[in-house]
Design a protein around this ligand. Structure first.
Ligand code: HEC
Length: 101
């Protein structure tokens, strides 16, 4: 009887923190695919790749959508941007906008 109660309490307590954490983890792992070129946390690589950290979310969304739709010509980014849904582009842009450069 007591074990059942404990189990019920654990199940009831679990979802909130787990959900909050998984959202952040999704954003981080999506953004991690950009780090190879744009630097850790999008801080940029001097004289090579533009910094993304701390730039307004709406600017990043506009640029990434521009690459995705082909409105902005690119060597690499148009290929990459096509691999993300609109929702993922929102998530990634919000993530970098929140990082300090
Ligand atoms: C293979 C290297 C590479 C990866 C990985 C990469 N980028 Fe880029 N990024 C570039 C290059 C190169 C440019 C310059 C445009 C071009 O020629 O494609 C660029 C340009 C950009 C720009 C425009 C910067 C500006 O100031 O105009 C944004 C925004 C951007 N990338 C976001 C991202 C995001 C978000 C990701 C991860 C989803 C990402 N990039 C992953 C190489 C990369």
């Amino acid at each position: 009887m007591q074990r059942k109660l404990l189990l019920a309490a654990l199940v009831a307590a679990a979802p909130m923190p787990v959900l909050a954490q998984s959202g952040d983890t999704v954003a981080r792992s999506l953004a991690a695919t950009c780090a190879a070129c744009h630097g850790t946390e999008g801080r940029g690589v001097p004289q090579a790749f533009a910094a993304l950290a701390g730039r307004p979310k709406s600017d990043l969304v506009t640029i990434l959508q521009g690459y995705k739709t082909g409105k902005i010509p690119a060597t690499v980014m148009h290929q990459l941007a096509k691999g993300y849904t609109d929702q993922q582009i929102e998530t990634i842009s919000a993530y970098f906008a929140a990082q300090k450069n």
